[in-house]
Design a protein around this ligand. Structure first.
Ligand code: S3P
Length: 445
């Protein structure tokens, strides 16, 4: 663990109650930051994510020639480059952020400069061949770093940018980051790029592109199973004013906490309810949560709602999570796994091999930390089988410097016997710096 590693002690709670407005969605913040950097004019964003990751995207935009102003009222103004990024004077530092690295690669590849993309240790372990392939087909020359005995390519990445041509691309893995890299490159290529996905991933890029004035078509076939997106090239973007919805992936931690206490009551204001993310709410309901949607509005294609969550008096059921659902709630799987032992019938997670190449190997780390708390489970290459009706005890938790692991086990700790110590707790700041403060306010002890 690094010298700046911090430990948080989590005491068990008696109840979980309160209301809160969450900082802006990480995925939407990245996309608005990047498109604002490319657009003409000044974009004004309210409720931008407070997480370190989207701030890596902002810093990259600044290095590429955009002007960023943090206003006193917490809005962020981004004056874009009107379609012309400059040659950055230093490598573009993506920090811990896979979203920054992959989406940015598509955004900058059409520009006639040489770009180097770097990141922290965790980011240099993550697979990057998935973006080199489509961008290479479009004509971009991209050098990845390979390690002996490892076929996969990684960061640091060097992109020798220049004019790109349109392609028809069939996404082999469900990844919104790869889809976005192709759409962002297609937006600036010659001709119309099309892309199909057989598992529909989060569609924030599609909404964001339209919000910034781009044309983009979506059709579906095979009974809605296959989505085809087409984006004409050589398009220009115009700045927007926007409020970013609260992050539903951050909400997931508190929604799961609310499930653990029979008298819980949680109200979340202005949370993102985009249908490609909101299957989490169906999962919470299937597990025994009662969700009331108090109001819903739409901003730039994104749904924002206020929700109230309680728990059914019959307690928590279990469930199987696999197929498209596993891909759609991939970021929420660690916290669902962490509360699985407290359900009646347990939770099975399959078809989630991608969890092994996130900020950490999330399957292995969830298994290790659940076992440290006394749980029994079976680990599979693509998931976990976690029986229900188990009680957990406080333990030493290793976050693996992964934000979602640090937060997931802070929630499991609320119903354990004895205190739990989360080592590497500072990782939460990657997506949700206020996580421990809000947790403390919502817990009754
Ligand atoms: C994201 C897509 C997902 C997700 C990540 C954010 C996005 O990654 O895990 O946290 O904003 O597009 P993949 O595209 O690699 O599945």
């Amino acid at each position: 663990m690094s010298s700046s590693s911090s430990t948080q002690t989590i005491r068990p709670a008696r109840n979980f109650q309160g209301s809160l407005t969450l900082p802006g969605d990480k995925s939407i913040s990245h996309r608005y930051a990047m498109l604002a950097g490319l657009a003409e004019g000044t974009t004004r964003l309210s409720n931008f994510s407070t997480g370190a990751d989207p701030h890596s995207s902002l810093a990259c935009m600044e290095a590429l020639g955009a002007t960023i102003v943090h206003k006193q009222d917490k809005t962020i103004e981004i004056t874009g480059t009107a379609g012309k990024f400059r040659q950055p004077s230093a490598p573009l530092d993506c920090g811990n952020s896979g979203s920054t690295m992959r989406m940015l690669a598509g955004l900058i590849a059409p520009h006639p400069h040489t770009f180097t993309l770097i990141g922290d240790h965790s980011l240099t372990l993550r697979p990057m061949e998935r973006i080199r392939k489509p961008l290479g087909q479009m004509g971009a020359k991209i050098d990845l770093t390979t390690n002996p005995g490892d076929k996969e390519g990684h960061a640091p990445i060097t992109i020798h940018g220049g004019p790109l041509h349109a392609i028809d691309f069939d996404t082999p893995i469900p990844s919104a980051q790869v889809k976005t890299a192709v759409l962002f490159a297609g937006l600036q290529a010659n001709g119309t790029t099309s892309l199909t996905e057989s598992i529909r991933t989060r569609d924030h890029s599609e909404h964001a592109l339209r919000a910034f004035g781009a044309t983009l078509n979506r059709t579906s076939s095979r009974g809605g199973e296959v989505t085809k997106l087409s984006i004409p090239g050589s398009q220009t973007l115009k700045a927007i004013d926007a409020t970013i919805p609260g992050d539903i992936s951050s909400a997931a931690f508190y929604l799961c906490a609310a499930l653990l206490f029979p008298d819980s009551n949680l109200i979340l204001d202005s949370v993102g309810m985009n249908p490609t993310r909101a299957s989490l709410l169906d999962v919470i309901t299937a597990l025994g949560g009662k969700i009331k949607v108090l109001n819903v509005e739409e901003h730039h294609g994104e749904l924002i709602g206020t929700i109230q969550v309680n728990v059914s008096p019959n307690g928590l059921r279990g469930m199987h999570i696999g197929g498209a659902l596993a891909a759609q709630i991939i970021d929420e799987l660690p916290v669902l796994a962490a509360i699985a032992p407290y359900t009646h019938d347990g939770i099975t997670i399959r078809d989630a091999k991608e969890l092994r190449v996130k900020e950490s190997d999330r399957i292995a780390l969830v298994a290790k930390n659940l076992r440290a708390m006394g749980a029994e489970l079976t680990e599979h290459e693509d998931g976990l089988v976690i029986p229900g009706n188990q009680s957990l005890h406080g333990a030493q938790i290793d976050s693996g410097t992964d934000h979602r692991i640090a937060m997931a086990f802070s929630i499991a700790a609320l119903r354990a016997t004895g205190d739990t110590e989360i080592h590497g707790a500072e990782a939460a700041a990657i997506s949700f710096p206020e996580f421990f403060t809000h947790l403390d306010n919502l817990c009754q002890r």
